[in-house]
Design a binder for this molecule. Sequence first.
Ligand code: SF4
Length: 375
Amino acid sequence: MPAATERKLTAPTTKAHFTAAHKQSLRRRLLAWYAKHARDLPWRRLCDPYRVWISEIMLQQTQVATVRDYFTRFIAAFPDVRSLAAVEEVDVLRLWEGLGYYRRARQLHAAAKQVVELHAGSFPRDVVELQSLPGIGRYTAGAIASIAFDQRAPILEANTIRLFSRLLAFTGEATSAAGQSTLWKFAEEILPQKGVASFNQALMELGSLVCTPKEPQCDQCPLASLCAANKLGLQHEIPAAKPRPTFTHVREAAIIVRKNGSVLMRRCGENERWAGLWDFPRFELDSTGPLFAKQEIVAKVAAQTGIQCAPGAILKTLKHGVTRYRITLDCYDATYIGGRLKSSPAAPIRWTALSQLTALPLSTTGRNIATLVAR
Ligand code: SF4
């Protein structure tokens, strides 16, 4: 479309007003902007499905700046889907340590095994088939299909939800069924016939760099003249602010039970907060006062591990947050008294030499404690 015609376009104020000419203008403006402003990110250098997949899973709930180093280390350790499928889950979790949301790593490993066993090591190209793999939902499947295989597959994630909502001045709840339907449909309708890989990445990049959550830079935005929220002055109201979460404060105890230079460690079960990771015996503490707390610790360590211990001093108190919980964690030193490990293949418990703690995948607080006891 000639630039002169484009300039006459008036920003649409609803999805219904987003005409073919608006969509054409959006594609052209967006791709021109992306050609100038795309960041050099490690996962963009070689867009094979494996790398796209790893980066997309890591980027869920995590900032680009954090993911860069994790991605580089992960690819160096497991350069392709076969090498990932061949290792033990514990090795994947160890490399994932600190990135959080560990279920992602476990599903990544399970999906790698499926790609090798069911698809001879090649990623399916079809969006529906991709979604049959553990941890791959509609968005990730769309990202892999479009970025790695240049298929006309739409995407909708945090950045594009915000961008589309503003472009359309969509004031409804983006996560509602109606909101999802509107936004996915828009994501599909604006796709170009070719070059979808760059187009989808450009959408996410614009959302991430320009159409940011708090201070959208509308004066720098290539889509400003097409944006309904900008026209209506609603860019700060869309998307609607989420209600502030109410936090629950809890007190927990982690117990460092020592025996001949080793400490007692257990792998967290499937229904626990850190399923698959290893941890010191840890539980919520109901008692108040040091005497009652120690009695409770003796009983709970025995129930969790089969081991009798004598709790000593609190070595450190850590404060951290998990979802809506604000946790105060007292780390108790304790000595082994007796008892037999209640270990099983599904829930292993073992005495671990301090030098071996580096090999186990631990939560961030677990690693803090391990560093403390290894001094
Ligand atoms: S004009 Fe502003 S609100 Fe609209 S898409 Fe661009 S940055 Fe976002």
